[in-house]
Design a binder for this molecule. Structure first.
Ligand code: 15L
Length: 272
């Protein structure tokens, strides 16, 4: 049995933290889970196959996407880095992925975007997926471009896409900010499964966040794809409630936290 008729699903960046959790959480759900990464993946389990692919090498990405019904695109650099590296792995890599998916007739791509697409919103403000993008890093900028690539391929070629603006994926919240941004491993597995299987969609942007009482993101598309988080960072609030923000720390003002304060040389009063 393959959920939603998915006989082969490719996961790029499968050796990373989210990829490892998906291997467990999605095991046996689809015919074959094809895993790709530039690094070793460890021993394969029944129902898994491995294709080594460098996202910067178009031919390799074409090979990796061949015969796949859907792709979960986690590959790339997951944090701030030099522009040349972000450009190669995240921008060119995501373009290669979508173009290869189109050529191979893949039906749907689930793109791991990031909350850092909207990092420069103030914490006093809640935003939904329609709020104008305000990337906080070159990394966030690359994810904003990735969402545009996804939109282009959906509108132009009918390649369905779900962009997941993932918050803080961790076993549990690690600081006061994560009481708002945390997504648990089990909610992540549910989110990706819903994004792969929800019927009749064209293009959606969904915040990847647990049902946190202190959340900053309004998430109507979560309902549309049937994502119902089971976890809530509030269960860990007591550990962080004594936290007092450091005076003058720009990162404490905005959703993106320290991604905003890195290299910051602007006037926070004008970033409203
Ligand atoms: C991200 O996009 C990063 O990949 C991750 O490492 C976390 O830092 C997360 O955002 C976050 O905002 O906490």
């Amino acid at each position: 049995m393959s959920a939603a008729g998915m006989h082969r699903v490719l996961v790029t960046g499968a050796a990373g933290a989210i990829g490892r959790v998906l291997r467990d959480g999605l095991a046996g759900r689809y015919g074959v889970l094809r895993l790709s990464d530039r690094v070793e993946l460890g021993r394969l389990r029944p129902g898994e196959e491995h294709v080594r692919a460098e996202l910067g090498q178009f031919d390799e990405v074409v090979q990796a996407t061949r015969d796949c019904d859907a792709v979960v695109h986690l590959g790339g650099i997951p944090e701030e880095a030099a522009w040349e590296d972000i450009h190669a792995a995240n921008l060119l890599g995501t373009y290669h992925l979508y173009e290869a998916a189109r050529i191979n007739g893949v039906r749907r791509v689930v793109f791991a975007s990031s909350n850092h697409v909207v990092g420069f919103y103030r914490r006093t403000r809640k935003v939904d997926h329609r709020a104008p993008m305000r990337p906080d890093t070159r990394y966030g900028l690359s994810k904003a471009c990735g969402e545009m690539i996804a939109r282009f391929y959906a509108d132009k070629f009918g390649l369905q896409s779900v962009c997941l603006r993932i918050g803080s994926f961790r076993p549990q919240p690690l600081d006061a900010r994560m009481l708002s941004t945390w997504i648990s491993p089990r909610d992540t597995v549910q989110l990706v499964a819903r994004a792969l299987e929800a019927p009749g969609l064209h293009y959606e942007v969904v915040y990847g966040v647990s049902g946190n009482d202190r959340g900053w993101w309004l998430n109507p598309a979560a309902d549309r794809i049937g994502f119902r988080p089971e976890d809530n960072a509030e269960a860990f609030a007591a550990e962080f409630d004594r936290h007092r923000p450091a005076a003058g720390d720009v990162g404490e003002l905005f959703h993106g936290g320290h991604f905003c304060s890195q290299e910051f040389a602007g006037d926070p009063g004008r970033v409203d």
